[in-house]
Design a binder for this molecule. Sequence first.
Ligand SMILES: Cc1cc2nc3c(=O)[nH]c(=O)nc-3n(C[C@H](O)[C@H](O)[C@H](O)COP(=O)(O)OP(=O)(O)OC[C@H]3O[C@@H](n4cnc5c(N)ncnc54)[C@H](O)[C@@H]3O)c2cc1C
Length: 332
Amino acid sequence: MTKETPHSSPPYYDVAIVGAGLAGSLCAQQLSHMGWSVCVIEKSRGSGGRASSKRLDQSTSCELGTPFISISHKATRPLFTALVEQGVAAYWSDAQAYVGIPKMSAITRHWLAKSNLITNTRIHYLEQDSLVTTNIWRLCDEQHQTVAQAKCLIITAPASQTAALLSTTQDINELFTSAHKAAQTTQPQWAMWLDTEPSTMPSIITPKSSSLQRLVKDSNKPNRGQSRAERWVIQASPEWTQHHLEENKGVVATLLCQAFFHETQLIPKNTGAPHRWLLARTEATNHQQPFMWHTQKNIGLAGDWLCQGDAEGALISALSLCDHLNQMRITR
Ligand SMILES: Cc1cc2nc3c(=O)[nH]c(=O)nc-3n(C[C@H](O)[C@H](O)[C@H](O)COP(=O)(O)OP(=O)(O)OC[C@H]3O[C@@H](n4cnc5c(N)ncnc54)[C@H](O)[C@@H]3O)c2cc1C
């Protein structure tokens, strides 16, 4: 994977992609495969977005975002057949779904292998130069530096961040309106990890408590190494999260540990700080297609909010957009 730092004369690409989550990384893989030069810009330290992994020490990590990827669509099956063959994903029978090997972010890292990935860089605004023959997108950061230039632009950020970026450029009202509308349905979610003594509890528990949405035995996922402790990830319910959105992390951790004990009778030994996902889930919009593309402006949108509102939807959205670009045969 090539990593670049922004410099004074930014390179020119066939396509620049904002966001290295599932949708952005898969777009990068598909378009690189089609021969496009691809640059992916990500505001976080690494790839994965809401399918990233939290590193706990040298050899262990856990997933505070999506714990697994459930596959039911014929378009996404071949992706996971290939990932399993390449040793990047495995089927977790307890969840009847796939996980990355040895951690979830392995999947996006794998898909980004042939693209230029720029991390720790938030795109703040967009500019487009209209030349006689073509348009050039310029992606600018908070320091007003142009990070990359590209003929085509794909935004794969969550709906509200997509709307914020689109509001900085003109003549793409339909795209902005869709993202802005979808953003209204976004829900937050607190999540945290904790360790307990080994137990015979099932790997996935859907609690009765209104504060908890799901308990996942993260250490039971395939290829997670040998650990004497059992690692759990607690996901609070969106309603409880909304109610405790501004609560101090210590209080949230105490309340979630109490709810966990109440549900399982297991005593937390070690706990991590809770993570507040402000943009955890968004209801999918009712589009004819699971992506958006503006032909005159060469700008497109992909992501979970355009399809199913889940991890598989993000992948279907990316595949459909790339398929559309392939069929359009844009001259690069
Ligand atoms: C706690 C939790 C539990 C979940 N459980 C499930 C589940 O059980 N099953 C399921 O299918 N799904 C689940 N999901 C949802 C799933 O994780 C998402 O649907 C999926 O990962 C979305 O992928 P994406 O690529 O569309 O978006 P994201 O993963 O959000 O990727 C977008 C990326 O864009 C980056 N970005 C945003 N703005 C900018 C900017 N201006 N400049 C640069 N980079 C930017 C972000 O940092 C991010 O990395 C869960 C999510 C959470 C948070």
